[in-house]
Design a protein. Sequence first.
Length: 257
Amino acid sequence: MFRPRVIPVLLLRNLGLIKSIKFKDYRYIGDPINAVKIFNDLRADELMFLDITASNENRKISLDFVRKVGDECNMPFAVGGGIRTIDDIREILNSGAEKVVINSAAAENPDFVHQASEEFGSSTIVVCIDVKKKFMGNNIVWIYSGSKATIYDPVVYARLMAEKGAGELIIQNIAYDGMMEGYDLELISEISNAVTIPVIACSGAGNIQDLSLAVVKANASAVAAGSLFVYFGPRRAVLINYPSKEELLKLFHEDSH
Protein backbone atom coordinates (compact mmCIF):
# COMPACT_ATOMS: atom_id res chain seq x y z
CA MET A 1 0.00 0.00 0.00
CA PHE A 2 1.22 3.49 -0.84
CA ARG A 3 2.47 5.54 2.08
CA PRO A 4 3.99 9.04 1.86
CA ARG A 5 7.67 9.34 2.72
CA VAL A 6 8.47 10.70 6.18
CA ILE A 7 11.80 12.53 6.20
CA PRO A 8 13.81 13.81 9.17
CA VAL A 9 15.52 17.11 8.30
CA LEU A 10 18.80 17.61 10.14
CA LEU A 11 20.24 21.11 10.30
CA LEU A 12 24.01 21.60 10.46
CA ARG A 13 26.00 24.49 11.80
CA ASN A 14 29.79 24.10 12.13
CA LEU A 15 29.12 20.38 11.43
CA GLY A 16 27.10 20.08 14.63
CA LEU A 17 23.44 19.10 14.63
CA ILE A 18 21.28 22.05 15.64
CA LYS A 19 17.61 23.07 15.77
CA SER A 20 16.25 26.52 15.10
CA ILE A 21 13.10 28.46 15.87
CA LYS A 22 11.96 30.72 13.02
CA PHE A 23 15.42 30.30 11.43
CA LYS A 24 17.18 31.69 14.52
CA ASP A 25 17.60 30.82 18.22
CA TYR A 26 19.88 27.89 17.43
CA ARG A 27 20.19 25.06 19.90
CA TYR A 28 22.95 22.46 19.71
CA ILE A 29 21.48 18.96 19.59
CA GLY A 30 24.52 16.69 19.17
CA ASP A 31 26.62 14.79 16.69
CA PRO A 32 24.91 14.32 13.31
CA ILE A 33 26.63 11.00 12.56
CA ASN A 34 25.31 9.61 15.82
CA ALA A 35 21.83 10.71 14.72
CA VAL A 36 22.31 8.86 11.41
CA LYS A 37 23.09 5.64 13.32
CA ILE A 38 19.90 6.00 15.36
CA PHE A 39 17.78 6.75 12.27
CA ASN A 40 19.29 3.63 10.65
CA ASP A 41 18.06 1.56 13.60
CA LEU A 42 14.65 3.26 13.46
CA ARG A 43 14.47 2.62 9.69
CA ALA A 44 13.70 6.14 8.54
CA ASP A 45 12.55 6.45 4.91
CA GLU A 46 15.08 9.10 3.92
CA LEU A 47 17.24 11.79 5.56
CA MET A 48 17.94 15.37 4.61
CA PHE A 49 20.94 17.41 5.78
CA LEU A 50 20.98 21.17 5.36
CA ASP A 51 24.06 23.24 6.20
CA ILE A 52 22.26 26.43 7.14
CA THR A 53 25.26 28.80 7.15
CA ALA A 54 26.96 27.57 3.94
CA SER A 55 25.42 30.11 1.53
CA ASN A 56 25.96 33.06 3.87
CA GLU A 57 29.60 31.95 4.31
CA ASN A 58 30.03 31.50 0.55
CA ARG A 59 31.00 27.83 0.72
CA LYS A 60 29.27 24.52 0.16
CA ILE A 61 28.49 21.73 2.60
CA SER A 62 31.58 19.71 3.58
CA LEU A 63 32.25 16.81 1.18
CA ASP A 64 34.06 15.00 3.97
CA PHE A 65 30.88 15.19 6.02
CA VAL A 66 28.78 13.93 3.07
CA ARG A 67 31.15 10.96 2.68
CA LYS A 68 30.86 10.14 6.40
CA VAL A 69 27.07 10.17 6.12
CA GLY A 70 27.30 8.03 2.97
CA ASP A 71 29.45 5.46 4.80
CA GLU A 72 27.03 5.27 7.71
CA CYS A 73 23.59 5.80 6.20
CA ASN A 74 21.37 2.82 5.26
CA MET A 75 18.78 4.96 3.49
CA PRO A 76 18.69 7.53 0.69
CA PHE A 77 19.77 10.99 1.78
CA ALA A 78 19.78 14.49 0.35
CA VAL A 79 22.12 17.34 1.23
CA GLY A 80 21.93 21.09 0.80
CA GLY A 81 23.99 24.10 1.67
CA GLY A 82 25.76 26.52 -0.64
CA ILE A 83 25.34 24.44 -3.81
CA ARG A 84 25.98 26.76 -6.77
CA THR A 85 27.59 24.83 -9.62
CA ILE A 86 27.25 21.64 -11.64
CA ASP A 87 30.61 20.56 -10.20
CA ASP A 88 29.29 21.06 -6.66
CA ILE A 89 26.43 18.69 -7.44
CA ARG A 90 28.69 16.13 -9.09
CA GLU A 91 31.05 16.09 -6.09
CA ILE A 92 28.19 15.71 -3.62
CA LEU A 93 26.58 12.86 -5.58
CA ASN A 94 29.97 11.17 -5.95
CA SER A 95 30.36 11.44 -2.18
CA GLY A 96 27.26 9.30 -1.65
CA ALA A 97 24.19 11.56 -1.59
CA GLU A 98 21.19 10.59 -3.72
CA LYS A 99 19.83 14.12 -4.07
CA VAL A 100 20.89 17.72 -3.67
CA VAL A 101 18.80 20.51 -2.18
CA ILE A 102 19.17 23.90 -3.86
CA ASN A 103 17.81 27.06 -2.30
CA SER A 104 19.52 30.46 -2.72
CA ALA A 105 21.19 29.62 -6.05
CA ALA A 106 17.85 28.53 -7.55
CA ALA A 107 16.24 31.90 -6.89
CA GLU A 108 19.28 33.87 -8.04
CA ASN A 109 19.66 31.84 -11.23
CA PRO A 110 16.61 29.69 -12.09
CA ASP A 111 18.43 28.34 -15.16
CA PHE A 112 20.88 26.61 -12.80
CA VAL A 113 18.02 24.28 -11.85
CA HIS A 114 17.41 23.57 -15.53
CA GLN A 115 21.11 22.83 -16.18
CA ALA A 116 21.29 20.62 -13.09
CA SER A 117 18.22 18.58 -14.00
CA GLU A 118 19.45 18.16 -17.59
CA GLU A 119 22.82 16.95 -16.31
CA PHE A 120 21.76 14.69 -13.44
CA GLY A 121 18.03 14.01 -13.96
CA SER A 122 15.23 15.85 -12.21
CA SER A 123 14.84 13.14 -9.55
CA THR A 124 18.20 14.28 -8.15
CA ILE A 125 17.28 17.97 -7.87
CA VAL A 126 15.23 19.22 -4.93
CA VAL A 127 14.44 22.93 -4.57
CA CYS A 128 13.78 24.26 -1.09
CA ILE A 129 11.37 27.20 -0.92
CA ASP A 130 11.51 29.29 2.27
CA VAL A 131 8.52 31.56 2.67
CA LYS A 132 7.85 34.49 4.98
CA LYS A 133 5.44 37.41 4.96
CA LYS A 134 7.00 40.68 3.95
CA PHE A 135 6.53 43.47 6.47
CA MET A 136 2.88 44.40 5.83
CA GLY A 137 1.77 42.02 3.26
CA ASN A 138 1.97 38.86 1.25
CA ASN A 139 4.07 35.75 1.46
CA ILE A 140 7.25 35.89 -0.57
CA VAL A 141 10.25 33.61 -1.09
CA TRP A 142 13.36 34.31 0.99
CA ILE A 143 16.93 33.06 0.52
CA TYR A 144 20.21 32.98 2.50
CA SER A 145 18.60 31.31 5.53
CA GLY A 146 15.68 33.71 5.49
CA SER A 147 17.83 36.84 5.56
CA LYS A 148 17.22 38.12 2.03
CA ALA A 149 13.87 38.66 0.31
CA THR A 150 13.34 37.80 -3.34
CA ILE A 151 10.73 39.23 -5.70
CA TYR A 152 8.91 35.91 -5.98
CA ASP A 153 5.43 34.93 -4.93
CA PRO A 154 5.71 31.33 -3.60
CA VAL A 155 3.17 29.79 -6.01
CA VAL A 156 4.60 31.56 -9.06
CA TYR A 157 8.10 30.52 -7.97
CA ALA A 158 7.07 26.90 -7.37
CA ARG A 159 5.68 26.75 -10.91
CA LEU A 160 8.88 28.25 -12.27
CA MET A 161 11.04 25.70 -10.44
CA ALA A 162 8.86 22.85 -11.73
CA GLU A 163 9.20 24.20 -15.28
CA LYS A 164 12.97 24.43 -14.87
CA GLY A 165 13.12 20.73 -14.02
CA ALA A 166 13.13 20.45 -10.22
CA GLY A 167 12.11 16.93 -9.22
CA GLU A 168 10.68 17.89 -5.84
CA LEU A 169 9.94 21.02 -3.82
CA ILE A 170 10.33 21.43 -0.07
CA ILE A 171 8.01 24.09 1.31
CA GLN A 172 8.73 25.78 4.62
CA ASN A 173 7.11 28.78 6.23
CA ILE A 174 9.86 30.43 8.29
CA ALA A 175 7.35 31.65 10.90
CA TYR A 176 6.37 28.01 11.58
CA ASP A 177 9.94 26.67 11.90
CA GLY A 178 10.53 24.96 15.26
CA MET A 179 7.14 26.03 16.65
CA MET A 180 5.71 22.48 16.59
CA GLU A 181 2.17 23.83 16.11
CA GLY A 182 1.44 22.24 12.73
CA TYR A 183 2.36 22.98 9.12
CA ASP A 184 1.18 25.97 7.09
CA LEU A 185 -1.45 23.84 5.37
CA GLU A 186 -2.80 26.69 3.27
CA LEU A 187 0.59 27.45 1.73
CA ILE A 188 1.38 23.77 1.12
CA SER A 189 -2.03 23.20 -0.44
CA GLU A 190 -1.71 26.21 -2.77
CA ILE A 191 1.66 24.97 -4.04
CA SER A 192 0.67 21.28 -4.22
CA ASN A 193 -2.31 22.22 -6.36
CA ALA A 194 -0.23 24.47 -8.62
CA VAL A 195 2.46 21.95 -9.64
CA THR A 196 2.56 18.35 -10.79
CA ILE A 197 5.86 17.41 -9.08
CA PRO A 198 6.06 16.09 -5.50
CA VAL A 199 5.76 18.67 -2.74
CA ILE A 200 7.37 17.95 0.63
CA ALA A 201 5.74 19.70 3.59
CA CYS A 202 8.27 21.04 6.09
CA SER A 203 8.37 23.36 9.15
CA GLY A 204 5.97 23.12 12.06
CA ALA A 205 5.11 19.45 12.67
CA GLY A 206 4.47 18.88 16.37
CA ASN A 207 3.04 15.36 16.36
CA ILE A 208 2.46 12.56 13.90
CA GLN A 209 -1.12 13.69 13.23
CA ASP A 210 0.38 16.83 11.69
CA LEU A 211 2.14 14.60 9.16
CA SER A 212 -1.13 13.08 7.99
CA LEU A 213 -2.90 16.47 7.88
CA ALA A 214 -0.28 17.74 5.41
CA VAL A 215 -1.07 14.81 3.12
CA VAL A 216 -4.84 14.65 3.55
CA LYS A 217 -5.67 18.36 3.81
CA ALA A 218 -2.84 19.95 1.81
CA ASN A 219 -2.02 17.24 -0.79
CA ALA A 220 1.65 17.02 0.19
CA SER A 221 3.42 14.07 -1.46
CA ALA A 222 5.84 13.63 1.44
CA VAL A 223 6.38 15.14 4.87
CA ALA A 224 9.53 16.34 6.57
CA ALA A 225 10.23 17.53 10.10
CA GLY A 226 13.09 18.51 12.37
CA SER A 227 11.95 19.17 15.95
CA LEU A 228 9.46 16.29 15.90
CA PHE A 229 12.30 13.78 15.38
CA VAL A 230 14.89 15.26 17.74
CA TYR A 231 12.77 16.31 20.74
CA PHE A 232 10.63 14.39 23.17
CA GLY A 233 7.97 15.65 25.55
CA PRO A 234 6.82 19.12 26.55
CA ARG A 235 10.25 20.13 27.87
CA ARG A 236 11.86 19.31 24.53
CA ALA A 237 14.36 16.84 25.88
CA VAL A 238 16.73 15.79 23.09
CA LEU A 239 15.81 12.30 21.95
CA ILE A 240 16.21 11.12 18.36
CA ASN A 241 12.97 9.36 17.47
CA TYR A 242 10.94 8.18 14.48
CA PRO A 243 7.56 6.43 14.21
CA SER A 244 7.55 2.69 13.57
CA LYS A 245 6.53 1.37 10.15
CA GLU A 246 3.34 0.04 11.78
CA GLU A 247 2.48 3.45 13.28
CA LEU A 248 2.99 5.16 9.93
CA LEU A 249 0.95 2.63 7.96
CA LYS A 250 -1.86 2.94 10.49
CA LEU A 251 -1.65 6.76 10.48
CA PHE A 252 -1.84 7.19 6.72
CA HIS A 253 -4.18 4.25 6.12
CA GLU A 254 -6.74 5.52 8.62
CA ASP A 255 -6.59 9.01 7.18
CA SER A 256 -7.13 7.82 3.64
CA HIS A 257 -10.62 6.59 4.58
